[in-house]
Design a protein around this ligand. Sequence first.
Ligand code: PLP
Length: 390
Amino acid sequence: MKFSNRITGLTGGGSDGWDVFYRARAMKAAGEDITELTIGEHDIRTDPSILDAMHAAALAGHTGYSMFNGNISLRERVAKRVAERTGMATTPGNILITPGGQSALFASHNLTCDDGDRALFIDPYYATYPGTIRGVGAKPVAVPAHADRGFQPQAQDIKAVADGAKSLLINSPNNPTGVVYTPETMNGIARACLDHDLWLISDEVYDTQIWQDAHITPRALPDMLERTLVIGSLSKSHAMTGSRIGWIVGPEEAIYHIGNLATHTTYGVAGFIQEAACFALDQGAEFEEMIAAPFRRRRDLVLALLEGQNVVRSIPAQGAMYVMLDIRATGLSGEEFANALLDTHHVAVMPGESFGTSAAGHIRVALTVEDTALEAAMHKLTDLATTLAK
Ligand code: PLP
């Protein structure tokens, strides 16, 4: 039988950039002791209090079909949280609950792009972005964010490819770079969207992980409210990756249309997960800070460990659970260095090349192991880099 071009073309063909990760997993399965600094998942599990709330909700009967667009109790809480964090009036009519941020990204591109339309995204990028765009039949177009500009996207680079495009996907705090977009960057992005009539899809799933400077949501910038869709999720903020719970914030009419898509795809999110999400949000900012705290501490640890040498250089690590490191002084590509580190020291990191072309010569370190293991891995990493650079 023949499969659709859309599904067979989803990954774009070739390597998916995760070879080092797969190799590390295979070595681990073969019994080797590997320190994995690869994927963006907490080293703690979902808090037992949230699981208790989930269990109680299931026992109380929240196991039937739930509202396809999200229960009003959860949409109210998300709207309140968004309004408090951004200062923008937001009602439940502006919110659609989705099974995670990834599903929200797919739905947003479905809303904004027709077959063959060009959809822009920033490179370096989160692994699923081009496939998500292809998945709705649109054509992914990368806009480079350059290392020598601190990976801050420049308005002129967006404008250079914006003619005829339908949307621009951005992500701040950023995976993989750990960069938080400056007010100047955000204003430039907004300008480009207004000048070229683009939808802006703003992936803000790391909005509770800010170590330096402030996160600006472009939805709050002048004239952006009606053309911005914000992607949110409890995966990173509440260590609820497996619960698959997120949302889209947007204009009411957009949310109405995406609601129709939900009816024909996900049919909503399990009621007991939504109840657990209500409980999680009710724990407030203190709980979110507790979940983010290990990453803040480990980011400081990594930066301190890099002092006193100048072979491995860090990109301003302002947010998210990653630190991007420039290893170009070793003469190796990110991929070569990551493979060498895995072979010689059994430490797995992601090559920058896994996230597009702009982060070549870099590696991404996920801050997702406990501090002593991270410290030992960082010593091995800098030792290898120093040896290679000689
Ligand atoms: N967006 C970015 C930038 C991510 O890094 C991730 C997950 O790593 C997601 C979206 C997907 O998150 P979720 O678990 O909410 O689907």
